[in-house]
Write a protein that binds this ligand. Structure first.
Ligand code: G1P
Length: 279
């Protein structure tokens, strides 16, 4: 397909986590390859990226985790998308995983799509990731992030942003914090697994000390760049747009069921079984 944004041609998918919270399922397959209805999770992500015109995908994988490279090989979406691999030897955090892709990004602006987050579009609307590119380009932002509204009691599970003004549509932020305590949580907008960066982010990552959990957090790298004058924009998911997380068994089950319900061939079966069991 033709590229809708000639500036953003590359995407990085961090997919090197061990998936410990999903054991024993992740003893048989990486979490990114667990099925969501009829397809592996990462297949949905690659198709999302293809739909917005990404031509090159760099998968950050663990050398200790087999399956992803075997599944995708070096091309996807009928050969329209090239796939390459870089390795994260040890789990040092999301910022470190993104840094592994520096050479492959070759000095270009790029998108990051977390390998354990699937985002769905609302019926009749364009993909949220396309709106992210539009907000990044039209506001000449230095970085852009998709966010979703979450209950404040769940804020400790996410990176949370502090909007300038109203958190509606696309908006600029003045701060962000990784997994805050409720008393310092700046809003109900949580970072939702899609980012756009300029290549300068790699320098900020190199200057990022270990943060939450002793890991190098990309939220902290973005905060460093913001404190040094970068302008960061967010796009918030609207009604009917959802992020599904394949991090724990409960969120995986939710993701699996939701993606089954979006598949016209599978949804009648799921609905029938649930109705039978509920009656
Ligand atoms: C990561 C990010 C966090 C973000 C979340 C969902 O956390 O560090 O800022 O809110 O993904 O996109 P993790 O789920 O890896 O703990």
């Amino acid at each position: 397909m033709s590229n809708t944004s000639p500036r953003i041609r590359k995407a990085v998918i961090p997919a090197a986590g061990y998936g410990t919270r999903l054991r024993p399922l992740t003893n048989i397959a990486p979490k990114e390859l667990l099925p969501l209805g009829g397809k592996p999770a990462a297949q949905f992500i690659v198709e999302e990226l293809h739909a917005i015109g990404i031509e090159d995908i760099i998968l950050v994988v663990s050398p200790h985790k087999i399956g992803i490279q075997e599944y995708f090989g070096h091309a996807a979406c009928g050969g329209d998308v090239r796939i390459s691999y870089v390795y994260q030897e040890t789990q040092k955090g999301l910022a470190d995983a993104i840094l592994r892709a520096e050479d492959a990004v070759e000095g270009e602006e790029f998108l990051v799509a977390l390998g354990d987050s699937v985002i769905t579009r609302a019926e009749g609307r364009e993909l949220p990731t396309k709106r992210l590119i539009d907000a990044y380009e039209s506001n000449s932002a230095d970085a852009a992030i998709i966010v979703e509204r979450v209950p404040l009691e769940d804020a400790h599970k996410y990176g949370m942003v502090a909007p300038i003004g109203e958190a509606k549509g696309a908006f600029e932020i003045r701060d962000l914090i990784e997994k805050p305590k409720p008393e310092v949580c700046p809003s109900n907008c949580a970072i939702a697994g899609r980012y756009i960066f300029r290549p300068e982010i790699f320098d900020w990552i190199r200057r990022t000390p270990p943060g939450f959990g002793g890991e190098h957090q990309i939220t902290d790298s973005i905060k460093l760049s913001l404190q040094n004058g970068s302008r960061i924009w967010c796009v918030v998911l609207d009604d009917g747009e959802n992020r599904y997380d394949i991090g724990s068994i409960s969120t995986y089950c939710e993701a699996f069921t939701a993606m089954c319900m979006l598949d016209p061939q599978i949804s009648p079966i799921v609905r029938r079984v649930v109705e039978e069991k509920a009656s």
